[in-house]
Design a protein around this ligand. Structure first.
Ligand code: RUQ
Ligand code: CUA
Ligand code: CA
Length: 639
């Protein structure tokens, strides 16, 4: 059946329509795979969904994920915005987008990247207007979410950012020194998130001053990075062999592990695939801390960060060979295994964490003796997640499937027992990367919802030109069988997401006047003798003009101010509204200035008054019946 036929047919029910659509898509997929036209359309193997299971999935989705008007979702989801640079807050299971948190991008609505407060947080790196975030993770205490912070990497400009979950704003950002491309990011789970672990992916020469470009040189390497989660300053860096992809930490607080796909230190695809096995490198956190305490570290360039050498032969690390160009690194929620996902091997490698003490104490001679099992799952395993009932779920990129398998049974099979550890293979659409089950990164994995983040959406949505959305699929895993219940289109490119129970996140409804988010601006005002909650004043200092005003629906405290052409103007506004949800905005027309000022917040923005004449400013967030009238005029005297 062609797409056209399915459109022209006149189905009796939505379920029937879906069912027909499903079948037609499968037909389309098969045809394109056969002609080889679609490089990624390989969802032919495994369990094909039947007519019945499609219909069941559709009726299931109506009851299970329906969150009616005024009803609240059970989970907060945090989606990375990929190379778009933001974090998105999504309600699960409705998959409704609740909010966007700009981080590495510039945001016109809130003024992130434009306001003085955001530039202060971004520091030096505010000059960059792009980012590429992949891995959002929530801080933990005793292996459970404490709801304080969410951390996220920026691969594009080698940064790590922190979001305060009480206000859902980025409050800290750091550029990791002497490395390129922060990719894998995970948090210490136990006893609490003291460290943010961040992998720098690419090997570079040290010093990277152009004296050599040879990746095989012994001074060419990358580093594993630990950032103090509270201060957001560098804690330490560990030099490694090969490169670093993804990482995770264990539930004892002793170890972190990371996958390496470029053990070859090659610069091209052929070279990076040369070895049949790359490895997982395991970091002994306590030994690293002890080495630094004992002063056994160096520093690089201008950076004061302690750097230790964790290359082969070091007491601080162990290298466990695994096949081949492994990608995801996932700690099982029962705390037993680090799981490395084989990518170019159809297997995942289960590293038994309980054996790592012996490996570090040299009681185990062969690092491969830590492998508890290496189950074969299908083509292109990328990431694995857990339901807290002993099952793991792995994405198969090439097979376009999620495979559910049992960990204990995989271990028994590895020992030679005849047992089928594969429980189910479910087609997803199409080519999934990350996968995330509710609370799977904590000891409270609850086995309710699974998100498969599919890299291709092809025909699942109304077409949007050559650039297609990604497709995040919601799968119900509460029963014995995985059931697909929702398709969610997303913009470039979520990579990864995380979910917390709604009771685990406590947000503020209006700002605290003492919030550190805008403390530097409050400090500046104090020097100018300004009472931000009451004063409406213009302060001039040479060609620098600071305009202070309040806002209260539907008026700015100042409806006009005068400056001279060429002045550098800083407008600081304090929203003295006390009422939840009454946010104001400030936009200076034709000056590239825009910002949010939510209740009890102070925001400021600086621009040059380069054009003489009258220039209107207005409130950009609809705040009152007289919102359109919430305006003012900047009068600029010609130079
Ligand atoms: S990576 S699709 Cu950037 Cu998390 Cu695996
Ligand atoms: Cu204030 Cu609209
Ligand atoms: Ca390799």
């Amino acid at each position: 059946m062609s797409d056209k036929e399915s459109k022209n047919s006149n189905p009796k029910s939505a379920a029937e329509q879906q069912e027909k659509l499903g079948l037609s898509r499968r037909g389309f997929l098969g045809a394109s795979a056969i002609t080889g036209a679609a490089v990624a359309a390989t969802a032919l193997g495994g369990t094909v969904m039947t007519r019945e299971s499609w219909a069941a999935a559709v009726s299931e989705s109506k009851t299970k994920i329906h969150v009616g008007p005024g009803e609240l979702d059970d989970y907060y989801g945090f989606w990375s915005g990929g190379h778009q640079g933001e974090v998105r807050v999504v309600g699960v299971p409705s998959m409704r987008e609740l909010m966007r948190i700009p981080v590495f991008n510039v945001d016109s609505a809130t003024g992130w990247g434009l306001t003085n407060e955001s530039k202060h947080i971004m520091g030096e790196s505010a000059k960059f207007q792009n980012g590429d975030c992949h891995h959002p993770h929530i801080s933990m205490t005793d292996g459970k979410y404490d709801g304080k912070y969410l951390f996220i990497n920026d691969k594009a400009n080698s940064r790590v950012a922190r979001i305060r979950l009480d206000i859902m704003k980025c409050d800290k950002m750091i550029t990791v020194p002497n490395v390129q491309a922060i990719h894998g990011l995970r948090l210490q789970k136990v006893p609490y998130t003291k460290y943010v672990f961040a992998n720098a992916e690419f090997v570079i020469p040290h010093p990277n001053d152009g004296s050599t470009f040879d990746l095989q040189d012994k001074n060419s390497y990358t580093m594993f990075n630990a950032i103090d989660a509270e201060t957001m300053e560098m804690a330490f860096q560990v030099i490694v062999d090969g490169n670093l992809d993804n990482t995770d930490a264990d539930y004892t607080g002793k170890y972190a592990a990371a996958t390496c796909y470029n053990s070859e230190k090659a610069y091209d695809i052929g070279g990076m695939m040369r070895n049949e096995r790359d490895w997982v490198v395991v970091f002994n956190i306590q030994r690293i801390e002890a080495a630094i305490k004992a002063g056994k570290f160096t520093t690089l360039g201008d950076s004061k960060t302690p750097v230790v050498d964790g290359r082969e032969g070091s007491l601080l690390t162990r290298y466990i060979p695994v096949p081949k160009n492994p990608h995801g690194c996932n700690t099982s929620s029962d705390g037993k295994y680090f799981i490395a996902n084989g990518k170019l091997s159809p297997t995942v490698s289960m590293i038994e964490i309980a054996k790592l003490d012996d490996l570090f104490d040299d009681k185990l001679k062969d690092p491969r003796d830590t492998i508890a099992a290496e189950p074969e799952l299908g083509l292109g395993p990328l990431h694995t997640t857990f339901d807290g009932r002993g099952n793991a779920y792995t994405t198969l990129f090439i097979d376009s499937q999620v495979v559910k398998w049992n960990m204990a049974e995989a271990v028994r099979a590895y020992k030679g027992e005849k047992v089928n550890y594969i429980k189910q293979k479910l087609d997803v659409h199409y080519n999934p990367g990350h996968i995330h089950a509710s609370l799977c990164e904590t000891s409270e994995a609850d086995g309710k919802w699974l998100i498969a983040l599919s890299k291709f959406s092809k025909d699942r949505f109304l077409p949007t030109g050559p650039l297609h959305p990604e497709n995040d699929q919601l799968i119900d895993i509460s029963g014995d069988e995985m059931k697909l219940v929702h398709d969610g289109p997303t913009f470039a490119e979520p990579h990864d997401c995380t979910m917390a129970r709604r009771d685990q996140i406590k947000t503020r409804k209006i700002w605290d006047r003492n919030d550190p988010f805008f403390a530097p601006t409050v400090e500046r005002a104090k020097k100018d003798g300004i009472n931000l909650e009451a004063d409406n004043k213009v302060i001039r200092e040479g060609n620098k003009v600071r305009v202070y005003m309040t806002s209260m629906a539907p008026a700015f405290g100042l409806t006009e101010f005068n400056v001279n052409q060429g002045d550098e103007v800083t407008v600081t506004i304090t929203n003295i509204d006390q009422i939840e949800d009454v946010s104001h905005g400030f936009v200076m027309v034709n000056h590239g200035a825009s910002m949010e000022i939510s209740p009890q917040q102070t925001s400021s923005i600086t621009f040059i008054a380069d054009k003489p004449g009258l220039h209107w400013y207005y409130c950009s967030w609809f705040c009152h019946a007289l919102h359109m009238e919430m305006v003012g005029r900047m009068m600029v005297k010609p130079a």
